[in-house]
Design a protein around this ligand. Structure first.
Ligand SMILES: Nc1ncnc2c1ncn2[C@@H]1O[C@H](COP(=O)(O)OP(=O)(O)OP(=O)(O)O)[C@@H](O)[C@H]1O
Length: 270
C-alpha cells in the first residue's frame, strides 16, 4: 500500500447529449509521496476526466480510490471540498489569477480560503516563501497584467503549493507558454516532489513527460506505460538541476471560484 494515492479499477461513463460513453474503463494507478507521474493521451481520451476524479470534483462509477490508505471513492461533497483544500494543489492551463490582486495576494487567497486560521504574519511568511520557491518573490506586488505568462503560471504554482499539498495535479499547465517558460514551470513543479509532494502531470508534451519519474498513457480507458512515439524510450527522471521550487491549494485554485470576500486583502502585505 502506498502512503499517497491508489486507484483500482476506476470506471466512468459520461452521459452527454449523445449516447453514454465509457471514458475510463478500469484505471489502476499508484502514486507515492515525492513521486512524479506524467499522463499522456490523445485529445478526448479522458485525461481531464481522470484528473477531475482524482481531484474529487467528480466520483467514479465503480472502482476504489484510496488516499493515504483511506477509501474516498464515495466521499460526500462536503468532505471532498475539505480534502481538496487540505490535500491537493491544482494548476491548470489557464492561470485563473484575480486581476485586481497582486501576485502575493493571489497566493495568499489560498490561505484565506482554506480551512483554519493563520495569523497575518504567518500568511505573509508562507506566501513569500512560496513565491520565493518559484523564483518570483521580487514580483510579489505586481498585478497579473504586469506579469508575463510564465510569471503568471508561476504565481499559480505558488498558489497551488502554499498550503503544502500532498498531491499536485497539473492539467496541461504549459499549454499557454512558450518552450523555455514551459520548461521552467515544469521544473518548478518537479522540484516540489523533492520535498515529498506527489505530482500528476497531464500533458501532450513528451519532453515534459520525460522529466517525470513515470510516463503513462491513457488509451481506451486504461493507463499503461507510455511508448515514446518519437522513437525514444521514456527514461526515469534523474535528479534535475536545482531550481527555485514551488508550493496553494485547492479551494482558491478551482476554476470558477473567484475571490469571494476580497475585502481586507488589499493592503494585506503593506
Ligand atoms: N460532461 C460531459 N458529458 C459528456 N461527455 C463529456 C463530458 N465531459 C467530457 N466529455 C467527453 O469525454 C471525453 C474525454 O474528455 P476529457 O476532457 O477527459 O479528455 P482529455 O483527454 O482531457 O482531452 P484533451 O486532451 O483534449 O483535453 C471527450 O470525448 C469529451 O468530449
Amino acid at each position: 500500500m502506498t502512503d499517497l494515492l491508489e486507484l483500482h479499477g476506476i470506471t466512468k461513463t459520461l452521459k452527454g447529449q449523445q449516447a453514454p460513453r465509457t471514458i475510463l474503463d478500469g484505471v489502476d494507478l499508484t502514486v507515492d509521496s515525492g513521486e512524479s507521474v506524467a499522463i499522456l493521451g490523445r485529445s478526448g481520451s479522458g485525461k481531464s476526466t481522470l484528473l477531475s476524479l482524482i481531484g474529487l470534483f467528480d466520483r467514479p462509477d465503480t472502482g476504489r480510490y484510496l488516499l493515504g490508505g483511506r477509501d474516498i471513492s464515495r466521499v460526500a461533497e462536503r468532505r471532498a471540498a475539505a480534502l481538496r483544500s487540505a490535500e491537493f494543489g491544482f494548476v491548470f492551463q489557464r492561470f485563473f489569477l484575480l486581476k485586481h490582486l497582486t501576485a502575493a495576494q493571489n497566493v495568499a487567497m489560498a490561505l484565506v480560503n482554506g480551512q483554519g486560521w493563520l495569523p497575518r504574519r504567518k500568511r505573509r511568511a508562507r506566501t513569500m516563501a512560496a513565491l520565493d520557491q518559484v523564483g518570483i518573490a521580487h514580483l510579489a506586488k505586481h498585478r497579473p497584467a504586469r506579469l508575463s505568462g510564465g510569471e503568471q503560471q508561476r504565481v499559480a504554482v505558488a498558489r497551488a503549493l502554499v498550503r503544502e499539498p500532498r498531491l499536485l495535479l497539473a492539467d496541461e499547465p504549459t499549454g499557454a507558454l512558450d518552450t523555455e517558460t514551459g520548461n521552467l514551470v515544469i521544473e518548478v513543479m518537479r522540484a516540489a516532489t523533492d520535498r515529498g509532494c506527489g505530482l500528476i502531470l497531464v500533458t501532450h508534451d513528451w519532453d515534459h513527460a520525460n522529466k517525470m519519474q513515470r510516463v503513462l498513457q491513457l488509451t481506451d480507458g486504461t493507463l499503461n506505460p507510455a511508448i515514446d512515439t518519437r522513437g525514444t524510450t521514456p527514461t526515469p527522471a534523474v535528479a534535475s538541476p536545482p531550481e527555485p521550487a514551488a508550493a496553494a491549494s485547492a479551494s482558491a485554485t478551482v476554476p470558477g471560484r473567484t475571490g469571494q470576500d476580497d475585502a481586507g486583502l488589499d493592503g494585506m502585505f503593506r
